[in-house]
Design a protein around this ligand. Structure first.
Ligand code: 13P
Length: 265
């Protein structure tokens, strides 16, 4: 049985997209279409400059605000950076950390990501920690070793008590923005592996409650099959989150999909 607390979570990561006017329109479309009593957590992560205006639109709705990154200090001489206290001040409840674009294009290390993870949690933000292998790593059968490393280093010195504030996003790098999606079976198998690692690092009871989202070319057409998997607890969406209709269709797929039973591992 899936624990009640593992609600499906659908997150829109707008990355470095939208103008202010587009952000307003997109957030408004999501709020208008999302409904009031859907049993799915919905989070929008706009670019930093639009957090305040999107936050105003989300106020009073059931859509939560998240950020795409932060710096692990409360304040100080860190030109160009944004602190967790600023994010909380703007009404953010969530922050995405360790996204593959930050790892691969901006050179973020596991140690730096771990610093952010611990600091964000200490400040009271919920985190979405992204992990995932490149195509070369998958072909070389290194996926599990890589995920093991990213989880162990990313969550180093994180107390088990913080787990309710942590979700993991499995985003295979080869599926991000490419139109290639992991099959539901590949996603399920990898999510089971991630959960198994969390059991080893924390405990069975704690790991069973961690939401593991899938990300990488999730679209309305493939969302239902992915979200039906036992260990796929939601989706982290890039491209399709820039269109309110597509994003809402994925949210609806999360609501209506009956969960499959876990196949014995
Ligand atoms: P796409 O949905 O555009 O593949 O992006 C996935 C992603 O990186 C979300 O964080």
């Amino acid at each position: 049985m899936k624990p009640d607390k593992r609600r499906k979570t659908i997150v829109g990561n707008w990355k470095m997209h939208t103008t202010a006017a587009e952000a307003r329109h997109l957030a408004g479309g999501v709020v208008d279409g999302v409904g009031n009593s859907d049993p799915v957590t919905v989070i929008l992560c706009p670019p930093f400059p639009y957090l305040a205006l999107v936050g105003e639109i989300l106020k009073g709705s059931r859509v939560a605000l998240g950020a795409q990154n932060m710096y692990p200090e409360k304040e100080g001489a860190f030109t160009g950076e944004v602190s967790p206290t600023m994010l909380l001040d703007l009404g953010c409840r969530y922050v995405i950390l360790g996204h593959s674009e930050r790892r691969h294009k901006l050179g973020e290390s596991d140690a730096f990501i771990n610093q952010k993870v611990r600091f964000a949690l200490a400040c009271g933000l919920d985190i979405i920690l992204c992990v995932g292998e490149t195509l070369e790593q998958r072909k070389a059968n290194q996926t599990e070793a890589l995920l093991d490393r990213q989880l162990n280093l990313g969550l180093a010195d994180v107390p088990g008590a913080a787990l309710p504030h942590i979700s993991i996003a499995y985003e295979p790098v080869w599926a991000i923005g490419t139109g290639k999606t992991a099959t539901p079976e590949q996603a399920e198998e990898t999510h089971q592996f991630i959960r198994h690692q969390l059991v080893k690092m924390f405990s069975m009871a704690a790991a069973e409650r961690v939401r593991i989202q899938y990300g990488g070319s999730v679209k309305p057409e493939n969302a239902a099959a992915l979200l039906a998997q036992h260990d796929v607890d939601g989706a982290l969406i890039g491209g399709a989150s820039l269109n309110a209709g597509q994003f809402l269709a994925i949210v609806r797929a999360g609501i209506s999909e009956p969960q499959t039973k876990r196949k014995s591992a």
